[in-house]
Design a protein around this ligand. Sequence first.
Ligand code: SF4
Length: 247
Amino acid sequence: MLKGRIHSLETFGTVDGPGIRFVLFMQGCLLKCQYCHNPDTWSLTDGKEMTLEEVLAEIEPYLNYYRTSGGGLTVSGGEATLQAPFVTELFREVKKRWNLHTTLDTNGYNEGPKIIELLDVTDLVMLDLKHIDNEKHIKLTSKPNDRMLNMAKWLSKEGRSMWIRYVLVPGLTDDEQDLLNLGRFIGELNAVEKFEILPYHQMGIYKWQELGWSYPLEGVPSPTEAEVQRAYELIEEGRKQAVSAIS
Ligand code: SF4
């Protein structure tokens, strides 16, 4: 029987896609983001195994909230595409039974054609771009950014609905030229319905401490509102440059 390895679930999510959502956090991630607030999702063997029916039974009592708010089901992580067969079946089933909206929250460390069945039952992809500069991406996440950028281009070419999210960390992801370049990259994509900056916060520190790991961003502050605004402006400037270069 197909089972998923689940880290945790949330019945009333309001920040992981449109409306009120059931959010399923899958266990397992191949990245090691320095700002990760769920490092306990990284292990591929921890978490709890659940069947499809067990997950569906958790969703069912709250269906009314999801339907009336324009919400649905979001599968996040960890990295959800590492368990693509399970998530595909789950999305297929919630659509068949309840016609629920489905959102895939992913770091993009995969290849579109390899997870096409999953994407075919996904209404919205929330793609996290971690860094536009490859060297800095490797330092920040332990992996190069080519797969993530290719995933964004592939989703764009295929015309799949996409939101892009970017974590702004002072001193790490806020360089002026990088933000302009990120904007240019986004400006060359179609189908980006929304772009969001997520200001870095330190709320996940305690999990690193619980795991006995030293926190790599010790002492790094959250960005101020003005810094977030500046980042939006630089990205928008880059986006406009790309759009005018195309047209
Ligand atoms: S992709 Fe997400 S879960 Fe994985 S390390 Fe980065 S922030 Fe953590």
